[in-house]
Design a protein around this ligand. Structure first.
Ligand code: GLU
Length: 323
């Protein structure tokens, strides 16, 4: 993947990021989130980082990082700096994991995925964001990993979610609170095999890259509770968060291949410019009264002329019908 590690330039007091996961092609839903992230940063004179999140090794595709960059360029969304690839930062993640171990806020969990599912304290239908871990291994201390290693047992490092959950405010959805201990439970931050898990890597990156604002899809809204717990343990301030409602198909389900092809790369291959898609996205965000071709720059000037543009973004998923 052609990726350059750069030194950080003079930055504004807004530092945001565009963080595609190269696990497949970027589609209309990703474009909508990137557009909001770009408009939010640029309208405040912010700095934007491009961070290709190539952490999820088995699902990461060689071609997908470069393709995501071409998609962003095609959309007319730019960035100021390129952050390190996550795959190059494992030693930093290990260092942070070491700190969490020394605080005993993580423990080695050797439960298999099916054991976690089977012992989950919440029935499947009431799960908000995956199985709630029953705490089977929670009485272990970090040093118990030595014995597991000696016996060749594979395990994950699970983070102890604190007893009480702090409330937080989403830039779009406002005040948020749920009982994270009861409804989300202890979560995985690393594995004795394979790469660091998303929850730890993203906190490490956002902290080390001085990110002040995170704009991402609202499929990650529950992850914010987990990430806040990590920030708190490390004594780091957490960035402000804005979660963009998801894009769904006409059947009300999350946009997927069976709804039709909504890959940005396909639109490019067909020789389309981004203007008609941007027009649809802008209309869906309440930035245009009717759908018409528009450029990202033009949308920036529309946003620039209104300080309440976030208020017009519908808080519910957007229904998209790929043709
Ligand atoms: N890479 C993630 C995605 O493409 C975003 C992670 C984040 O913003 O925290 O959905």
């Amino acid at each position: 993947m052609a990726m350059e590690v750069t030194g950080f330039m003079n930055r504004s007091n807004y530092i945001g990021r565009l963080a595609p996961s190269p696990t497949g092609a970027q589609h209309v839903g990703n474009a909508r989130t990137f557009l909001v992230a770009w408009l939010h940063a640029r309208s405040r004179g912010g700095t934007l980082l491009l961070r290709v999140e190539d952490l999820d090794t088995p699902r990461t595709k060689e071609w997908a990082g470069d393709q995501a960059i071409e998609d962003l360029e095609w959309l007319g969304l730019d960035w100021d700096e390129v952050a390190d690839l996550q795959s190059l930062r494992e030693s930093r993640y290990c260092e942070i994991l070491g700190e969490l171990k020394s605080q005993e806020v993580v423990y080695p969990c050797s439960c298999t995925r099916s054991e976690v599912e089977a012992s989950s304290s919440a029935p499947h239908e009431s799960q908000l964001d995956g199985a709630v871990y029953a705490g089977t291994c929670a009485s272990r201390s970090a040093s118990d990993a030595v014995d597991l290693d000696a016996r060749g047992v594979r395990y994950a490092w699970r983070f102890r979610i604190p007893e009480s959950t702090p409330a937080w405010s989403d830039e779009l959805h406002g005040q948020q609170w749920l009982d994270a201990r009861k409804l989300l439970g202890d979560f995985v931050v690393a594995r004795s095999y394979g790469p660091t898990a998303y929850q730890l890597a993203v906190v490490a990156d956002d902290h080390d890259q001085s990110i002040t604002h995170v704009v991402r899809g609202d499929d990650l809204i529950y992850s914010t509770y987990r990430q806040h717990a990590i920030y708190q343990a490390l004594g780091w301030p957490s960035p402000r968060m804005l979660h963009v409602p998801l894009v769904i198909g006409p059947d009300g389900k999350r946009l997927a291949k069976r709804h039709g092809d909504s890959r940005l790369s396909l639109m490019r291959e067909k020789g389309h410019g981004p203007e008609s898609l941007l027009g649809e996205l802008a209309h869906s965000l309440g930035l245009l009264k009717s759908i018409r071709p528009v450029t990202a720059e033009e949308l920036l000037s529309i946003v620039g002329s209104r300080d309440d543009w976030l208020r017009t973004i519908p808080r519910v998923p957007w229904v998209y019908n790929p043709q």
